[in-house]
Design a protein around this ligand. Structure first.
Ligand code: CU
Length: 421
């Protein structure tokens, strides 16, 4: 049954023939009359960015930020390390967005594509003084600039907002756009995607930033939200590759160890999981610029990256497609069999037109030939983190092994990542 007629035949690319029947009750979710578009932090105009920062500051003043830290901490063990992770954090990020829009109805939560910054995370624009602030300093590792530069949190005790980059003044290498592309292309079930994202870029960003981000009250850090919008974007893109099968797909275990279902209640709420699974319906009145672009709506992203000709292949994707067939078959099934959908390809140009805090022109770094065949492997999650997240050790180690294998295979093929500089 094709109930997503508007998706212009994307479903034809699906390898799974059987469409899932929408859960009873899903029909009652009305289509949103106003769907807002979440954009990458580097794509916001100065005015949009200022409005976002002001709304975050208001939410802090009214203790909403403390509230979210408290809430997340109290239910931490049920919402991580199992199938609740993606659906719960989607609902949570939407709740936060609605709070911010109460201060300014034009505000939309941006996402931070942390993979782009994987080589030198500490150099990311997100840590700027015009942005969400940098590393902590002094004995308490207080953040002293950016939005949270003067914040005093009240949960779980009175403290400054703290960060403690795990490499001291630097942050060890994160997961690359190449690896996340692998996760998107190789995950055929919800459970695989959840593990592939939660235990890679999700955990690495929390752990690498340290301080409050490395606790269960991590929503206290304003970067939590732009990070989780990015995690949610990956989930949404994966769903949109094959909406008939994936919109309401859920498997793996729920928090109670029983098989997860679309009807399981989001922790601490009376809302079944299915109420957050279809973007553009019910309360989920948002989408992502990448999804809009892939669905053929000529938005800013398409115009920026393909100004002269919409069909122009981008150089990032071309490099990875030239890998030996064997490597493509092992890590990038969609590239290998020629069925790639833009939504399962993170190797796309995201050259920002307006970097945070300035109206000047931004020049993307050019890949450095010195890194040809020398792609760095992502850092590993620590035992302490795995324990705090209630994660399955074997699941984490399997993913780490795959990440290492991928980097080795790409390096052996003399691949040059366009994100290394
Ligand atoms: Cu969380």
């Amino acid at each position: 049954m094709k109930f997503f007629g508007y998706v212009l035949g994307l479903a034809l690319l699906s390898t799974q023939a059987v469409a899932l029947t929408p859960p009873a009750g899903a029909d009652a979710l009305a289509a949103c009359s106003d769907v807002i578009v979440r954009k990458e932090v580097r794509s916001l105009s100065t005015a949009e960015w200022s409005a976002y920062k002001a709304a975050v500051q208001s939410a802090y003043t009214d203790k909403w930020i403390d509230w979210f830290g408290y809430l997340h901490d109290r239910i931490a063990l049920t919402i991580h390390g199992n199938s609740m992770f993606l659906v719960y954090h989607r609902g949570l990020t939407r709740d936060y967005e609605k709070i911010l829009r109460g201060y300014n109805p034009s505000v939309v939560v941006p996402y931070w594509n942390a993979m782009i910054d994987y080589q030198h995370p500490e150099q990311s624009v997100i840590f700027g003084a015009d942005s969400l602030g940098g590393n902590g300093s002094g004995g308490s590792n207080c953040v002293s600039n950016g939005v949270p530069g003067t914040w005093q949190m009240t949960y779980p005790d009175s403290h400054c907002l703290c960060r403690q980059f795990s490499g001291g003044s630097t942050i060890p290498v994160w997961h690359s756009p190449e690896f996340i592309t692998h996760v998107l292309q190789s995950s055929t079930t919800y459970a695989q995607l959840r593990a592939g994202i939660e235990n890679s870029i999700h955990g690495a960003v929390h752990l690498g930033m340290g301080g409050d981000m490395d606790t269960m009250h991590s929503p206290s850090d304003p970067i939590f939200w732009v990070h989780h919008a990015n995690i949610d974007r990956l989930y949404a893109q994966w769903q949109a590759v094959s909406p008939d099968d994936r919109t309401y797909m859920i498997d793996g275990d729920g928090p109670d160890g029983q098989p997860a279902t679309v009807n399981m209640l989001l922790t601490g709420t009376t809302k079944p999981a299915y109420t957050v699974m279809r973007l553009g319906y019910g309360d989920m009145c948002y989408t992502y610029d990448t999804i809009q672009a892939a669905n053929g709506n000529a938005d800013a992203l398409v115009k920026r990256t393909n100004q002269k000709c919409i069909k122009r292949p981008n150089k990032e994707t071309e490099a990875i497609k030239q890998l030996p067939t064997k490597v493509l078959q092992q890590f990038y099934p969609s590239f290998a069999n020629g069925t790639v959908n833009a939504l399962e390809n993170e190797m796309v140009s995201l050259t920002p037109s307006t970097p945070i805090g300035s109206n000047g022109n931004f020049t993307a770094p050019t890949p450095n030939e010195a890194f040809r065949g020398k792609m760095p492997a992502p850092s590993k999650l620590t035992d302490a983190w795995i324990k705090m997240q209630n994660a399955c050790v074997e699941e984490v180690r399997e993913l780490e092994q795959r990440a290492c294998d991928m980097v080795e295979a790409l390096n052996s093929a003399n691949y040059l990542s366009p994100y290394l500089f």
